[in-house]
Write a protein that binds this ligand. Structure first.
Ligand code: FAD
Length: 628
């Protein structure tokens, strides 16, 4: 059968916040843009985001500004962040939120009519612009509305709504194509018919989100199989920071069918507290030295902070997520967990029932429907869940360009911005800031391109043969291979890691790689989830190998990477980035790269005492030289 073919200037793979914002930018800069997404248009992780988008607008506390946000982000990421990305993000997030409002987003308001901002872990001031606990839904609705508005403009000018921006939904890209070193397009299939489709385009923006489906307990949904990470690797790009995975401290633990589903951090931001089976607010026992002066030491002080932030310190329930997840893990291991293996998260004794329903309507609904728990009357049981990957495609901070000419990335699939741990709310703002930049980067690349790269038929035939292979053999069951991978990653490369266990995981992954080559899918190409999974497995195994290899190499504990055998941060490791790549498409190599030194004006934003907790002696000597 002939392969359906489309020609565009830019294809954006992924229709979450990053993809939509990139596509809008590329179209606004006059480029013919295709948005391709694996799931239905509107069904992306972004839509599930609850808490809000972090932006230092200073609406609730006028002391907030980009420098405070920058500092919080670097602290949250334990200074491993790409500081240029953290700078751009902190400076540009407010404009991106106001832009959303101009495009029709209806944020919650303060009493004096400004966009309301809420507290979240690791943010010094109330900073998350939000819409109840359904912020992602409003963000996606607004960006989709903007796409429609642009299509209406195009109809006026060209007589065709889809002349300059078109959505291809339920279409999965399985390979990127290249002409020499440069990107020339992408190959994929329609989920419904199984027919193949080719996008001929000199620029590709990857915005495919995360990798959570490599783990058993995850807040991520079925699409998050690390496709963009793997597509980039296979096209010759590097992945960095892959060892850093965020286990959100509060996922549902009961009933088993909903284990891992997210319980938003807003519950804690709005006053919810964590208790163990002995009723103790245990987080007070887990404030690490680097944060000691920033968090309350008594329940009374922590409680006062909700109404008087100027004179009190935050409660330790609002420590960055990695700290809270490890603390919950330790309490459960010490035998002080809840009956179903979590801890208690209680908002029922902290806020009036009506207030809980007003501020946390989705959480109230979620627990009532899925667990028959009324959160206005009883505590929830919660535990860590694989939520977000800080690692991803190595990109240029300003343009989103990967090392492969014509390839750009934004959002969760890109790496660097969040260092070793992302602060809640910093993803939605990241999508907007770097989605726009990647769209602009792709447009600028096209303007400078001497000649349009050509699609190579040999690569198309190979991509087709690769995609058809599972349908042509009665091989291994893809579901069994997937379950083994998920179990292995959960148990051996989870929250707390040890060299022996990670090595064991790598041995399993090595065998799974071979088995993936043999998976078969019964049935035809027409809407065949077994076949889709068989194709996704290549990506999950590649990405899992990157996570495990990097986790084994990094001999320290930092953010979303905790080594039982190497507790604590080691300053010399902060200077290193682990970059994964593949030459042959199956084996992963890792190279240590030096982390660029922070610009003088940015490093000067921190106190000497704080920096000394993260930096090496040589870096401190350099800091002292600048400070003179
Ligand atoms: P996504 O929104 O994940 O979209 C990825 C897109 O790529 C989808 O359209 C998918 O179909 C498509 N895709 C994937 N693979 C392919 C392929 N092979 N071919 C074609 N298309 C493909 N962050 C915050 O800042 N604040 C919050 O309050 C918050 N709450 C969250 C709550 C939940 C339950 C979850 C899971 C995450 C939350 N996060 C939050 C994190 C944040 O939502 C995500 O990191 C972010 O939305 C990722 O956006 P993205 O645009 O990078 O990708």
């Amino acid at each position: 059968m002939e392969i359906e073919r489309h020609e565009y200037d830019v294809i954006v793979i992924g229709a979450g916040g990053a993809g939509l914002r990139a596509a809008i930018e590329a179209r606004q800069q006059g480029k013919r843009t295709a948005i391709v997404c694996k799931s239905l248009f509107g069904k992306a992780h972004t839509v599930m985001a609850e808490g809000g988008a972090a932006a230092a607008m200073g609406n609730v506390n006028s002391d907030d500004n980009w420098m405070v946000h920058f500092r919080d982000t670097m602290r949250g990421g334990k200074f491993l962040n790409n500081w240029r990305m953290a700078e751009l993000h902190a400076k540009e997030a407010p404009d991106r939120v106001w832009e959303l409002e101009a495009w029709g987003a209806l944020f919650d308001r303060t009493k004096d009519g400004k966009i309301s901002q809420r507290n979240f872990g690791g943010h010094e001031y109330p900073r998350l612009a939000h819409v109840g606990d359904r912020t992602g839904l409003e963000l996606i609705r607004t960006l989709q509305q903007r796409v429609v508005a642009l299509q209406q403009e195009d109809y006026e000018t060209h007589g065709d709504y889809e002349a300059y921006i078109k959505v291809f939904q339920e279409c999965t890209i399985t390979r990127l194509l290249k002409d020499g070193d440069r990107i020339s397009g992408g190959f994929g299939y329609w989920r419904e018919s199984g027919n193949f489709v080719l996008f001929d385009a000199p620029a590709v923006v990857l915005a495919t989100g995360g990798i959570g489906k490599s783990y058993v307990v995850t807040s991520n949904s079925w699409e998050y199989t690390g496709d963009g990470h793997a597509l980039a690797l296979l096209a010759g790009a590097n992945l960095i920071n892959m060892e850093f995975i965020q286990f959100h401290p509060t996922g549902m633990v009961w009933p088993p069918s909903v284990r891992g589903i997210l319980v938003t951090e807003s519950v804690r931001g709005d006053g919810g507290v964590l208790r163990n089976s002995e009723g103790e607010r245990f987080m007070f026992n887990y404030v690490p030295d680097v944060f000691k002066d920033k968090y309350a030491t008594s329940e009374e002080e922590g409680d006062r902070w909700y109404t008087d932030q100027a004179n009190n310190r935050r409660p330790p329930e609002l420590l960055p997520r990695d700290e809270v997840a490890r603390a919950i893990n330790a309490e459960v291991k010490a035998g002080r967990g809840s009956p179903q293996g979590g801890v208690y998260l209680d908002v029922s004794t902290r806020l009036p029932a009506e207030e809980i329903k007003r501020r946390l309507p989705s959480m109230h609904h979620q627990f009532k429907e899925l667990a028959d728990v009324d959160i206005t009357a009883e505590p929830m049981q919660v535990g860590p869940t694989c939520h977000y990957i800080m690692g991803g495609i190595e990109v240029d901070a300003d343009s989103g360009a990967a090392s492969v000419p014509g390839l750009f990335a934004a959002g969760e699939v890109s790496g660097g911005m969040h260092g070793s741990n992302r602060l809640g709310g910093n993803s939605l703002s990241d999508l907007l800031v770097f989605g726009r930049r990647a769209g602009a980067g792709a447009a600028a690349y096209l303007d400078g391109l001497p000649a349009r790269p050509k699609v190579d038929q040999v690569q198309v035939d190979a991509a087709r043969a690769e995609a058809e292979a599972p349908l042509q053999r009665a091989g291994e069951n893809p579901y069994e291979v997937h379950q083994e991978l998920q179990r292995t990653m959960n148990e051996l490369v989870g929250i707390i890691r040890k060299a022996e266990e990670v090595s064991e995981a790598l041995e399993v992954v090595e065998k799974l790689k071979e088995r993936v080559q043999l998976v078969g899918a019964a049935g035809t190409r027409i809407y065949n989830p077994g076949w889709h999974l068989a194709l996704d497995l290549r990506n999950m195994v590649l990405v899992s190998e990157c996570v495990a290899r990097a986790a084994l190499l990094r001999q320290e504990s930092r953010g979303g990477h905790t080594r039982d055998d190497f507790p604590g941060m080691r300053p010399e490791w902060r200077q290193k980035l682990l970059a994964c790549s593949t030459e042959d498409g199956t084996s992963i190599t890792i190279e240590e790269k030096a982390q660029p030194a922070m610009r003088d004006d940015l490093i000067s934003l921190f106190d000497r005492d704080e920096l000394s907790k993260y930096l090496t002696d040589e870096e401190m000597a350099e800091f002292d030289r600048i400070a003179k």
